[in-house]
Design a binder for this molecule. Structure first.
Ligand code: ATP
Ligand code: MG
Length: 366
């Protein structure tokens, strides 16, 4: 088997104090990072770790992302990171913070999808004592915690419409009231938002306010999927191999060329995160010095694309439509669509109106 000898110098634990990507991955929805806490030795090689804190890649696409980060980081402008799951949005958000004048201040990370809607407002803006049952003490929200620093709002597309108004206000005026409070609080926060949903599409479906979208979209950075920058795969594979070998105390110094080729053919719907997990598994399974990757696990055909994201509204609409077709557009009665869908007839009618579903006129397929 042909081998490309990727010669590694296994790093000593002392120089690799912590893998920032791991530390970051393990972080929960409301973690706090003091700038510059997680260091790696910097080097000038292509894709080498530097101020970008482990953002590996030498492809034109990643170079462009880095260039955009370098350009926008020193400003206070809002940055919108768009990209599929696992493309590195969180890493990029840290780079924006670390290359900004706020780097010695706090970076607060908040995942809007990880918090129930009912709690979102108080988590973001805080609450006063007695604001609601269980509010036994005043609590500061993420905006106040991030004051003078950076707030990374992950999965911003998940914020419900009613809270989007408040978010818009704090972004425009830098002021808000805590839940149950009357006093207006002022903050100085730099916002980095991320999403793997198509916000423009959500705007056209009235799921996202267009004024907020324009406010967030000041400086968009799109991180391309891994399959669009396969030249980064060898570098990333080498990086993760080195990292996991070190952690598992193994000496693996070769990735067969045929393995690299297979890795470059896989579409990686989970992007860098999927590649990282695959390399971890490969290192566990390897006993010698040549990486023995479980390539048979890479089952998705080379031309497969990840499923397009379907919104709840689209799913609801297509399920109702399917049931209507099956019942020949009979809504009520024991054989009607309403019963099948577990709805009252009137509820179904109002849902259909809201979703714009109506019986097709003869000869026009819906
Ligand atoms: N260019 C890269 N170089 C090194 N590691 C990377 C790179 N891109 C992503 N990773 C690693 O891949 C994993 C996923 O990255 P990250 O969490 O930043 O993705 P994400 O875009 O925020 O995903 P999601 O939308 O699912 O939250 C992390 O462990 C991260 O360290
Ligand atoms: Mg993320």
């Amino acid at each position: 088997m042909a081998s490309s000898t990727v010669s590694f110098e296994p790093s000593s634990p002392a120089t690799w104090r912590e893998n920032p990507s791991q530390a970051f991955r393990a972080a929960d929805s409301a973690s706090e990072f003091a700038g510059g806490n997680l260091h790696r030795r910097s080097s000038n090689g292509p894709g080498a770790p530097d101020a970008f804190l482990g953002l590996i890649g030498s492809s034109a696409a990643i170079q462009r992302v880095k260039e955009q980060v370098r350009t926008v980081a020193p400003t206070d402008s809002t940055v919108l990171l768009e990209g599929e799951t696992g493309t590195g949005k969180e890493l990029v958000s840290r780079a924006v913070h670390n290359l900004s004048p706020r780097k010695n201040r706090t970076l607060i990370k908040f995942n809007c999808a990880a918090i129930p809607h009912g709690l979102l407002e108080s988590e973001l803006f805080g609450h006063e004592r007695g604001a609601f049952t269980g509010a036994i003490a005043r609590k500061l929200g993420r905006f106040e915690l991030a004051d003078q620093g950076t707030l990374f709002l992950d999965e911003v597309g998940e914020i419900p419409l009613e809270i989007q108004v408040k978010l818009l206000r704090v972004l425009q005026e830098q002021e808000f009231e805590r839940l149950g409070g009357t006093q207006t609080e002022r903050v100085n926060v730099r916002l980095v938002a991320a999403t793997n949903r198509n916000l423009a599409e959500m705007v056209s479906e009235q799921e996202f306010r267009n004024d907020l979208y324009f406010r967030l979209n000041v400086f968009p950075i799109t991180i391309p999927p891994l399959r669009a920058r396969i030249e980064d795969i060898p570098l990333l594979a080498e990086h993760f191999l080195k990292e996991y070998s070190r952690r598992m105390d193994k000496r693996i110094d070769t990735i067969p060329a045929s393995t690299l080729q297979k890795l470059q053919q896989h579409p990686w719907p989970g992007n860098v995160r999927e590649l990282q997990n695959f390399l971890e598994r490969a290192v566990i399974l390897t006993t010698g010095s040549v990486l023995d990757a479980p390539l048979e696990d890479l089952k998705i055909p080379a031309d497969a694309q990840p499923e397009p994201a379907v919104t709840l509204r689209q799913a609801e609409s297509s399920h109702i439509l399917k049931t209507l077709r099956e019942t020949n557009w009979v809504l009520g009665g024991p054989r009607g669509a309403a019963i099948r869908l577990g709805l009252k007839r009137t509820t179904l009618v109002s849902k259909m109106r809201k979703l714009g579903l109506s019986r097709p006129v003869a000869g026009v397929a819906l």
